[in-house]
Design a protein around this ligand. Structure first.
Ligand SMILES: [Zn+2]
Length: 123
């Protein structure tokens, strides 16, 4: 979801298995499977030989996940003076588990607008 959102931000609305495989370090068939799964979950459409396109619901979900990820990496970078890469890596391990309440507390206290790499935090 995060990689698809990033691709979207960079002007790439269709994400294929080759791109995704390279971005997250899995095999092409795993990436293909993941994209088909996202379609099954109702987050968009998978067009054979092209790739996956988020629908509105998928976009909403991707924005939510990215918001969590970027608020967490900003927070980790602030608290532990981590480099943007390290903050991103650590946030990747916990963003899926972070509760809404924690995310709101971070947002309220720090009011971040951008993550440590300078990308906008979705509202
Ligand atoms: Zn990150």
């Amino acid at each position: 979801m995060k990689e698809i959102y990033r691709a979207h931000e960079n002007g790439m609305p269709v994400v294929g298995p080759t791109y995704l495989a390279r971005a997250i370090g899995v095999s092409k068939s795993t990436a293909h499977h993941m994209l088909k799964n996202m379609e099954r979950m109702g987050y968009g459409r998978y067009i054979e030989r092209k790739g996956f396109v988020l629908n509105e619901r998928g976009m909403e979900e991707a924005r939510k996940i990215m918001r969590k990820h970027r608020l967490l990496e900003s927070f980790l970078a602030t608290i532990f003076s981590l480099s943007p890469e390290k903050a991103c890596m650590e946030a990747d391990k916990i963003d899926a588990y972070a509760g809404d309440e924690l995310i709101e507390m971070i947002e309220e206290k720090y009011n971040y607008e951008c993550c440590p790499c300078g990308n906008e935090i979705p509202k």
